[in-house]
Unconditional design. Structure first.
Ligand code: PLP
Length: 379
């Protein structure tokens, strides 16, 4: 029989598109009357723009946010009717590229606003755009004085079709952080200047901060992909990305033996070990290497959590399966590294990073399996 890609890859990344759609529907319900969009920048946080964007469209999502015009071009090819915002703004000299693909820049400066308005005059119509005002993260966007200067520039304003006023929260995942209320107040001042224009402030965590943050359009990213938008309470989202490594070899080591490069892990008792075919080339952070006898990193195998032992190698990693009944784990048995039992936030914290980085750095060597697609799921 012809082997499947999973049979040959060692590590398998399954992307559950039904869970993705359910996550979007849940956020859409939470947003109430506001529209629920989706941040799909970075190849949909590493999970694959084509299946992710199509699934979100099927679920009812109509407004999409990417970072780069190049990402916008790819998304336009997938979703001819979607509203597509480019969060990095208008790249110098590229207005025609945006206009031809109906990409809406989220303008971040007077210079960009003038370029977009001037191009619209040549093009023969006012082109849609968002205006991104910085309310305290101090990353991208107009400062409040710059925004006021834009509003006072009647000629430029007359050349723009402003469809969205937006800003971005710095600390939405820390509900009690005082910057949240300061940014909300600053955004209210922004909205008061152009009250007829739709407004958007909330990312995933912002949606959970309550009604005062939701406005007209929300822009969740990580929560769609299963990240916990409410870090202090249980994750309300479904796991979307499931990374598994298959057992290649089982071995027993005696007390005093070491495992892996650098001999950093030493057995304190006779230990049964499984070697998984998943390493840092597959997107398993090397920082998941054990720092103490019991982890901190774990994988989920045959219903139990087992600690990672020794260093993560390029192609493999070791786990301690002494707690499992003998002969239960076999060659080819799969262990979950991230998924429904080992959450992406938990795994990321073991590696000293965040779920966003863990997802966007998932490698390319494992087999990718999309479940919930019309076709057979292989991509
Ligand atoms: C990435 C991004 C989002 C989505 O953020 P999440 O925390 O992933 O929900 C929303 N808005 C802007 C401006 C972004 O850059």
């Amino acid at each position: 029989m012809t082997p499947t890609p999973e049979d040959l890859a060692g590590a398998v990344l399954t992307i559950a598109l039904v869970a993705l759609k359910n996550n979007w529907r849940r956020l859409n319900a939470l947003a109430g009357k506001a529209e629920c969009g989706a941040a799909v920048k970075g190849n949909a946080y590493g999970l694959g723009i084509a299946p992710v964007a199509k699934s979100l469209w099927e679920a009812g999502c109509r407004s999409f946010f990417v970072a780069r015009p190049k990402e916008g071009e790819e998304l336009r090819g997938l979703l001819p009717e979607a509203t597509i915002y480019i969060l990095d703004g208008l790249f110098a000299g590229q207005a025609e590229f945006y206009a031809k693909l109906a990409l809406c820049p989220a303008l971040i400066s007077i210079e960009e606003a003038r370029e977009w308005a001037a191009f619209g005059r040549v093009y023969g119509r006012k082109l849609p755009c968002a205006i991104h005002v910085d309310t305290g993260i101090n990353r991208l966007g107009f400062s409040m004085p710059e925004f006021e200067a834009l509003l006072a520039d009647n000629f430029t304003m007359a050349g723009l079709n402003v469809t969205l006023l937006m800003s971005h929260l710095a600390c939405a995942d820390e509900p009690s952080h005082p910057l949240n209320l300061r940014q909300r107040a600053a955004f209210a001042a922004v909205r008061a200047k152009l009250p007829e224009v739709a407004a958007s402030l909330a990312n995933s965590s912002g949606i959970f901060l309550g009604g005062g943050f939701v406005h007209d359009l929300v822009r969740p990213g990580i929560a769609l992909y299963g990240g916990n938008p409410t870090p202090n309470v249980a994750n309300p989202m479904h796991a979307v990305a499931i990374l598994e490594g298959a057992v290649m070899q089982l071995r027993e080591v005696a007390a005093g033996d070491t495992v892996g490069y650098g001999a950093t892990w030493k057995a304190t008792r006779p230990t049964r070990i499984a070697v998984l075919g998943a390493g840092y080339k597959d997107g398993v952070p090397r920082a998941l290497s054990s720092r103490e006898p019991g982890g901190p990193a774990q994988v989920f195998i045959n219903g139990r959590r087992c600690p990672v032992i020794g260093r993560i190698s390029m192609d493999m990693m070791g786990i301690d399966i002494t707690c499992l009944p003998e002969d239960e784990v076999k060659r080819g048995t799969r262990a979950e590294l991230i998924g429904r039992h080992i959450g992406i936030d938990e795994a990321a914290s073991w590696a000293g990073t965040i779920s966003y980085e863990l997802l966007t750095r998932l490698g390319s060597r494992y087999a990718r399996l999309y479940t919930g697609l019309e076709s057979d799921g292989r991509a």
